[in-house]
Design a protein around this ligand. Structure first.
Ligand SMILES: [Fe+2]
Length: 365
């Protein structure tokens, strides 16, 4: 049984300011990697630059990370880091900037390599890396993985290298400016991580603790997602706690079939990552329950649902419907079977089983 969680995490109000000295001590010049707007709007970028200025650490900002970041964006930011002689990387934002920043840490730490190194299996040491999450889904601040888009191959997938952040500075206050839609999409990603880590080939008792605790926290967040209650400062810290805890669980197991099925929905239908995963969770649990219903019972109990039908109805209500063309569902099933990702599911599953999940989750037209 293995458990490995090398990132030092601080989750608290004013986390960046409180632990600025530790962040600033990781290098002599920082490259900040972020998206175009949100880090400036929610105050996280200013918190980070204030701290760097306080400790006299020069920095440059790369703020061109797009949704579902491409390896080309990573290469562009790495070129800037290398040219400016930055020796550590700070990622600020949701999963896209954090994942892109992990790729940058690899490329800028190995300037002799080209962009293809991101998907090559060779040992490459990243630059020191700090993660400041501003959404409550990805868990990227505590996982080693980075999902990047490879436009030439029309594919999304984890890069080959592990980049565990040296430091994660987590603060729910950055969620206060998020729309309800963003809160739903990202927290459903955290829910998906908790479920998939719990129902995974690599699950063990250590990571059960993390996925089960994340599910328990998530159940308390439901009224804020449905609009029955208004979130306050304390609630936003709970949203962050659910996503970092779920991240600690998938850091041990990786994700499973719903995530694998979600990538084509994001690439071809433009569905946000968390929603795309969320569509498949109830049907995944139903499929799993054919083999080990007690694990699914455990999840439903922690979330506070009487049965799978109630959970399925809740998710469909929260996420709305999603249609898919029949030929696309066939392609997704074929590609999942040929990818070998069915090994993340603890029981044998064939194409019919994958199609059952797809058909129960989406409106196949
Ligand atoms: Fe995810």
């Amino acid at each position: 049984m293995k458990f490995y969680a090398p990132t030092k995490v601080y989750l608290e109000k004013n986390s960046v300011k409180n632990h600025g000295r530790e962040m600033a001590s990781l290098g002599s010049k920082a490259l900040i990697v972020t998206g175009r707007h949100s880090a400036a709007a929610n105050g996280s970028l200013k918190d980070v630059t204030d701290v760097l200025e306080e400790y006299d650490v020069p920095y440059i900002i790369f703020n061109e990370v797009e949704e579902n970041p491409s390896v080309d964006t990573v290469a562009k930011a790495a070129e800037l880091a290398i040219g400016e002689k930055a020796d550590f990387v700070i990622g600020i934002g949701g999963g896209s900037p954090l994942d892109a920043a992990k790729g940058v840490a690899i490329m800028a730490g190995n300037p002799e390599e080209g962009v293809e190194c991101l998907y090559e299996k060779k040992p490459l040491k990243p630059l020191p890396f700090v993660a400041v999450p501003t959404t409550c889904g990805t868990g990227s601040e505590v996982t080693p993985n980075a999902v990047l888009t490879r436009p030439a191959l029309h594919k999304k997938g984890s890069m080959s290298h592990n980049v565990n952040p040296d430091l994660a500075l987590v603060d729910g206050k950055y969620l206060a400016s998020a729309s309800r839609n963003l809160l739903i999409s990202t927290s459903v990603d955290a829910l998906s991580h908790s479920i998939e880590a719990r129902l995974h080939s690599n699950a063990n008792e250590y990571n059960h603790m993390f996925s089960e605790y994340a599910l328990r926290i998530w159940s308390g967040l439901i009224p804020y997602l449905t609009g029955q209650k208004e979130a306050d400062e304390e609630t936003y810290q709970r949203f962050m706690l659910s996503s970092t805890t779920a991240g600690m669980a998938i850091a041990q197991t990786a994700t499973s079939l719903p995530h694998a099925l979600s990538y084509p929905l994001t690439l071809d239908y433009g569905v946000a990552h968390g929603r795309a995963c969320g569509f498949f969770e109830a049907a995944y649990m139903e499929e799993y329950a054919r083999n080990k219903p007690e694990d699914v019972e455990c999840i439903l109990n922690l979330l506070g649902f009487a049965d799978l039908a109630a959970f399925d109805a809740f998710m469909k209500d929260l996420l709305g419907p999603q249609a898919i063309a029949e030929e696309d569902s066939d392609k997704i099933a074929d590609s999942l079977i040929s990818s070998g990702k069915t090994s993340t599911y603890p029981f044998p599953i064939d194409r019919d089983g994958v199609m059952r999940i797809l058909r129960k989750s989406l409106e196949v037209m």
